[in-house]
Design a protein around this ligand. Structure first.
Ligand code: ADP
Ligand code: ZN
Length: 229
């Protein structure tokens, strides 16, 4: 199953993707994580992307598209994956559609995490992340058991450089001007589902699980059967 997570920064896409990966074996493909890994390792992609990321701007389409399509092609075809943070522009979405159709792995569902501005700002400013497994925490709402240490893998937590107030504002502007229109793009394809990103993580997860269990899967299998004739 191929799923896209859509929504503003701080809506909880990453948190839910990590939970789904843990519990249901999805592969979590996070554009932000992959870009940050490239920055950390000093790759050519990382060098090109860093300045945009630090400012809260989008990394140019050509870089991100090639990087993500390569990542997808390297997954094995039977693997279920979640695209978290990609696509973020209509141009990226068109390129993704084209490639996934070629691979006969069309997107099954797009989950839109609807969250208020107030929620996302509060979450991002106090967010902490695991430097190793990417798990996400919040210093008051979702604190780790031991301060500064990941519950799951024991690695050190850190604060993202772009989780500063000024850069968060910029990221939200970018979301509103370049990414939000993807809601209509996928709605018109009939594959958009909405969850409330304002709720606490475990509640969002319940909603998500409901969306992901039959009859959705049955419907999907039926339409795949039809496709195959
Ligand atoms: P968030 O969604 O919380 O802003 P991400 O970790 O998904 O954070 O992304 C961090 C940064 O990586 C973005 O601000 C942007 O610079 C870059 N980035 C991530 N995904 C994309 C994308 N699909 N296209 C362009 N740039 C991206
Ligand atoms: Zn961890």
């Amino acid at each position: 199953m191929q799923i896209v997570f859509l929504g503003p920064p701080g809506a909880g896409k990453g948190t839910q993707a990590v939970m789904l990966a843990d519990k249901k074996g999805f592969l979590h493909l996070s554009t932000g994580d992959i870009l940050r890994e490239n920055v950390k390792n000093g790759t050519l992609i990382g060098k090109k992307a860093k300045a945009f990321m630090d400012k809260g701007e989008l990394v140019p389409d050509n870089i991100v598209i090639e990087m993500m399509l390569d990542t997808i092609k390297n997954t094995r075809s039977h693997e279920d994956f979640i695209l978290d943070g990609f696509p973020r522009t209509v141009y990226q979405a068109n390129n993704l559609d084209r490639e996934l159709n070629k691979l006969k792995l069309p997107i099954d569902m797009v989950v839109y995490f609807k969250a208020s501005i107030k929620t996302v700002i509060l979450r991002l400013t106090d967010r902490r992340l695991c430097s190793k497994c990417g798990a996400s925490y919040h210093i008051t709402n979702m604190p780790p058991k031991k301060q500064g240490v990941c519950d799951k893998c024991g690695s050190e937590l850190y604060q993202r450089k772009d989780d500063s107030e000024k850069t968060i504002k910029k990221r939200l502007e970018v979301y509103n001007s370049q990414t939000k229109e993807l809601i209509d793009y996928y709605k018109s394809q009939g594959i958009l589902k909405e969850v409330s990103g304002d709720m606490e993580a475990s509640k969002v997860y319940s909603e998500l699980s409901e969306i992901l269990t039959p009859p959705f899967l049955l419907q999907r299998d039926a339409s795949k059967q039809k496709e195959l004739g």
